[in-house]
Design a protein around this ligand. Structure first.
Ligand SMILES: Cc1cc2nc3c(=O)[nH]c(=O)nc-3n(C[C@H](O)[C@H](O)[C@H](O)COP(=O)(O)O)c2cc1C
Length: 371
C-alpha cells in the first residue's frame, strides 16, 4: 500500500511543470530545480573540506542538477576568504568524495570555474601582486563591502595563459568526477570585465567592438569545449546586471551576441541571471527579457534570480526557460525539490551565515521536512 501511495504521488507530482523530467544533452534530469552556484567560504586554504560532502549530498536528488560554488582556476583567481580551487592535485582529490556522494544519490554535479579578476586585493594574490583584469581601473573601495586593490591590465600576450588555466581546470574537474563545468561569465568577475564596455577599456583585439570584447569569453569556451567536449560545458552570464561596477551600455546586444556566438561550440547550456536582479539583493522592474537569448541559443537554457515556486512553475510552463536555478531558497532548504513538489513551507535563510566559515552553522544545519 505504501508503495502504491508513493507511486501515485510521483505521478501526480509530474504534472507540475517545474518537476517534470528534462533531457539536457545526454543527461536525464528528473526535475528542473537546479542548485545555483553559491560561494560558501568554507574551503580552508582553497581546498574543499569534508563538510562539503554533507552540504552537497543534502541537496542532491536522483536526477537533480547541482552547480558548485565558484572554484578558482589558478592561484591568481581568488578574491574572497576560503574559496575552493581546482588547479592543484590536492584540490582535485578533495573534490572527489564530494562528487561521489552526490553521484551516490543519483545527482548530477557541475563545477563552476572562475577567476575573479579585479574583484580581489593584494592579500589574495601570489606575492601580494596586483589582481589581474582587462583594465587598470579598480572597483571603488567599499563596493560590496570589499577592500579592492587596483588591478593590473593584462597584456595581450598574457591572455592565452589565462585561457589555458580554464582549460586545465575543466580537465581537473572531469578528473575529479564532475559531470561537467559551468564557466563563470557573470557577476562582475574576469570574463565580465572583458565583456562589458563600462569596464573594458582595451585597444587591442580584446577591447572595443562587441566581437573583440567577447573574444576572451569565447576563447575560454572553445578551449574548454575542445578539452572536455561541448556536451559537458555550460556558461553563466549576467548581461543585465551591474555587480561589482560591471555594466554594459547595451546589455541586450551583448546578450544576444553571446547567445548566438556560443552555438558554434555546441555547448550544453546557457545559464542567465534574470534582468530583475540588477543588484545582488533587490528585484527591479526592467524593460529587459532573457527571451531573445533563449530563442537564439540552441542548447538548454537555465534561468535564475529571485525565483519562487510559482513564478518558476510559470516560467517553465510558458517555455521561458528549461530549468530554474535557485540560490538562497536552496541554501536554506536542502530538500527544496521535495518542498516544491508538495507545496510545503520553506525555511528562511540566514544572511549572516552565508559567507562565514563555520563547517556546520548556516551550512549543513538547515532542517529537512519531517516526513
Ligand atoms: C551566498 C551566495 C553565494 C553566491 N555565490 C555565487 C557564486 O559562487 N557563483 C555565482 O555565479 N553566483 C553566486 N551567487 C548568486 C546566486 O547563484 C544567485 O544568482 C542569486 O542568489 C540569485 O538567485 P536567488 O534569488 O535564487 O538566490 C551567490 C549567491 C549567494 C546568496
Amino acid at each position: 500500500m505504501r508503495d502504491l501511495v508513493s507511486k501515485i504521488h510521483i505521478t501526480m507530482a509530474s504534472t507540475i511543470p517545474l518537476l517534470t523530467p528534462y533531457k539536457m544533452g545526454k543527461i536525464n534530469l528528473s526535475h528542473r530545480v537546479v542548485l545555483a552556484p553559491m560561494t560558501r567560504n568554507r574551503s580552508y586554504g582553497n581546498t574543499p573540506q569534508p563538510h562539503a560532502i554533507l552540504y552537497y549530498s543534502q541537496r542532491a536528488t536522483e536526477g537533480g542538477l547541482l552547480i558548485t560554488e565558484a572554484t578558482g582556476v589558478s592561484d591568481t583567481a581568488q578574491g574572497y576568504p576560503e574559496t575552493p580551487g581546482i588547479w592543484t592535485k590536492d584540490q582535485v582529490e578533495a573534490w572527489k568524495p564530494i562528487v561521489n556522494a552526490v553521484h551516490e544519490k543519483g545527482g548530477i554535479i557541475f563545477c563552476q570555474i572562475w577567476h575573479v579578476g579585479r574583484v580581489s586585493n593584494y592579500e589574495f594574490q601570489p606575492n601580494g601582486e596586483a589582481p589581474l583584469s582587462s583594465t587598470d581601473k579598480g572597483i571603488t573601495p567599499g563596493v560590496a563591502g570589499g577592500a579592492w586593490s587596483p588591478p593590473r591590465k593584462l597584456r595581450s600576450d598574457e591572455i592565452p595563459a589565462l585561457v589555458n588555466d580554464f582549460r586545465l581546470a575543466a580537465r581537473n574537474a572531469i578528473d575529479a568526477g564532475f559531470d561537467g563545468v559551468e564557466i563563470h561569465g557573470a557577476n562582475g568577475y574576469i570574463i565580465e570585465q572583458f565583456l562589458k564596455d563600462q569596464v573594458n577599456d582595451r585597444t587591442d583585439e580584446y577591447g572595443g567592438t562587441l566581437e573583440n570584447r567577447c573574444r576572451f569569453a569565447l576563447e575560454i569556451v572553445e578551449a574548454v569545449a575542445n578539452e572536455i567536449g561541448g556536451d559537458r560545458v555550460g556558461i553563466r552570464l549576467s548581461t543585465f546586471a551591474n555587480y561589482m561596477e560591471c555594466e554594459d551600455s547595451n546589455p541586450e546586444a551583448l546578450g544576444l551576441y553571446m547567445a548566438n556566438a556560443l552555438n558554434k561550440y555546441e555547448i550544453l547550456y546557457l545559464h542567465v541571471i534574470e534582468p530583475r536582479m540588477v543588484e545582488a539583493d533587490t528585484l527591479y522592474d526592467t524593460p529587459y527579457s532573457t527571451l531573445p537569448m533563449k530563442k537564439a541559443f540552441k542548447g538548454t537554457f537555465i534561468s535564475s534570480g529571485g525565483y519562487k515556486r510559482d513564478d518558476a512553475i510559470n516560467a517553465v510552463a510558458d517555455s521561458k526557460t528549461d530549468l530554474v536555478a535557485f540560490g538562497r531558497l536552496f541554501l536554506a532548504n536542502p530538500d527544496l525539490p521535495k518542498r516544491f513538489e508538495i507545496g510545503a513551507g520553506l525555511n528562511k535563510y540566514d544572511r549572516n551565515t552565508f559567507y562565514t566559515q563555520d563547517p556546520k552553522l548556516g551550512y549543513t544545519d538547515y532542517a529537512f521536512l519531517e516526513v
